[in-house]
Structure formats: C-alpha cells, structure tokens
Write a protein that binds this ligand. Structure first.
Ligand code: HSE
Length: 323
C-alpha cells in the first residue's frame, strides 16, 4: 500500500475536494471512480512511458438534474466534466444535465503525478459507465490523449501498470509490458508547483544527434530493465538529456535529491512527469531508507514537501460503485 509519510498528512485539498451537501436533491445516478496517480517519462521516456502508482484519487460524478445550481467548479473538476462531455460527444449524444463532481486525492495538482490525467481518466470511465460501456479502451485512450495533449499519463491512469505509448496521427499505439515484480517508488512531493505547460515551455526545440541517440537508447533500455528486472541497469537507463536539465531552471535542487536517493541505495531517481515530484526506483527492502534519504535531503536544502512509498498499481481507473 502507498504510504504518505508526513505525520497526520491530510488528503490534498487543492484538487477539488468538495464540501458536503453538493445537491439539495438525491442524485439520479452516481458513479465513483478510483483512479491512480501516474509517473511519466521515468527519465528518457518523454511522452512515451508511464507507470500507475498506488496513490489514489476518488472522483464521483453525479447526475442530479434537479440539483441546486453550483458555483463554478475548480480546474480539476472542470477537467472531469469536460472528459464526461467529450465521451458523450464522441458518440453524438448529449451529456446529462445537472452533472456534478466531487473528488478527494492522495496526491496534489501540478507536481508531476498525473492529477489532470487522473481527472480526465475518471471522467471518461464514469461516462462510459453511464453509457453502459459503449466506448472501447482505444476510444477512451484517444479521447484522453486529445484532452491531455500527451498519452504517457492518461494510459496508465486508465489501464494501470507500465504503459508505453506512441502517437501516430489520431491513432495511439500502446503496449502494456509486464513489469517485473518487486519494484517500489519512493517519492518526494515538493510544495513547489510546476504546471506542465510552463515546464514544457522550457524544453529545447532541437536535440543533437548524440543527445537523441542517448535518449532513444536509454528509453529502450529502461523498458527492457523494468520488464526483465535488471534493476542494476536502471541508473543508466533513466539518464535523460531531453527535459530534466531544462526543467532544472524551475527546480534547481532536483539532481541533489536524485543523488541522495541513489546514495541511499535506490536503483535510480528521476523527475516525475513535468515535476516537481522526484521519484526513486527501489525495492521493498530499501524503500524506507530511500524515503528517509529523500526527506533528509529535502530538509537540508530547505525544500518543504511530503514523501511517500508506493507500488505500481496494476488496475488503472475503476468504478467502485454504481447506481
Ligand atoms: N511527458 C509529459 C511531460 C508528462 O514531461 O511534459 C507530464 O506529466
């Protein structure tokens, strides 16, 4: 199970925790989706590799046509609603009136843990439940990718596990290779927010051939190491020249946290998605030590935040109730 380390840590409120009393009337239908956090890139697999984690958001979509009119929802709840509507529009149906969203999450927005992908995946899965599963997995992925702009978070948010994706026009090629068991992710979530669009704006427009070869060889090695259990190759396999150095401008200490984690025995460490979360790949035996090292380094460099240890989630977004 995932553990969030900070003593008495409360769920993250910023991502759309709703207050009670959403509606004065009982909803006609209510679908709750449990959706995992996701970590993308894993170093060199930019926009191509993602992994679902055992940190969750619970997102409820309700249909209450006679409900009280609500204030404008926050950005995460707007993403859920947009995803529900996109699913209905895809099959040329009108979305139900009176849609409402409530959510709680164990992970925050803007830290590279796939909060927007989780919202969109939950909206799509909830809509598909309301639509009696009329959309295929490929359609859900395609709609989610269109909303997200890239597929490396939405694929594991929807389907769980390790996901490798490539966008080919309107088609998304996807393979979910079986991850070797035993991997743990020790993470540190700084309070620093790094919105993906800002973080992407920093990326180089061009790469030299040697940097392109560096990344493509390591992205291939990464998937091979994760699926074969060649953990000793992960240090080389997670080394990236496409985005992490450019993103250092927003988070200068990220490499110091990587070093603290690997010094404590982690196989490798990298910037999760667009940041600011740092994730160290490790195993069950070393996870607590690596987590403690991340916390000590963060304290030494005066980086406020929280740590966690998670396992890979294998299931992806799943309806936990349905009425
Ligand atoms: N591949 C995306 C990026 C993931 O790095 O911008 C964002 O979470």
């Amino acid at each position: 199970m995932a553990s969030v380390a900070a003593a008495g840590a409360a769920p993250y409120p910023a991502s759309g925790t709703s207050g009670p009393g959403l509606s004065l009337t009982m909803p006609d239908r209510s679908i709750t989706v449990r959706v995992p956090a996701t970590t993308a890139n894993l170093g060199p697999g930019f926009d191509a590799v993602g992994l679902a984690l055992t940190l969750y958001a619970n997102i409820t979509v309700s249909v209450a046509p006679e409900g009280r009119r609500k204030e404008r929802p926050d950005p995460i709840r707007r993403m859920v609603l947009a995803a529900v509507r996109a699913a209905y529009a895809h099959i040329s149906e009108r979305a139900p009136r009176g849609l409402q969203v409530a959510s709680t999450a164990e992970f925050p927005v803007g830290r590279g843990l796939g909060a927007s992908a989780a919202a969109r995946a939950a909206g799509l899965v909830a809509a598909n439940s309301l639509l009696d599963q009329r959309l295929s997995e490929a359609e859900l992925l395609s709609l989610g990718t269109e909303l997200e702009g890239h597929a490396d978070n939405i694929a594991p948010a929807l389907f769980g596990g390790l996901q490798v994706v490539a966008v080919e026009g309107s088609h998304i090629a996807r393979v979910a290779p079986a991850l070797k068991s035993g991997l743990r992710c020790a993470g540190f979530i700084p309070e620093l927010s790094m919105p993906t669009h800002e973080s992407r704006d920093l990326l180089p427009k061009r790469l030299s051939r040697s940097d392109a070869v560096h990344n493509s060889s390591r992205a291939a090695l990464l998937v091979a190491a994760l699926t074969s259990g060649a953990w000793d190759q992960l240090r080389v396999a997670t080394d990236d020249r496409l985005h992490q150095h450019a993103r250092r401008k927003l988070f200068p200490r990220m490499f110091d946290l990587f070093e603290a984690a690997t010094d404590a025995g982690a196989f490798a460490a990298y910037l999760s998605g667009g940041g600011s979360t740092v994730i160290a790949l490790t195993d069950a035996r070393r996870a607590a030590r690596v987590q403690a090292a991340l916390e000590s380094a963060a304290e030494a460099y005066a980086i406020p935040g929280r740590s966690f240890v998670a396992e890979p989630n294998r299931r992806g977004a799943a309806v936990t109730n349905g009425s």
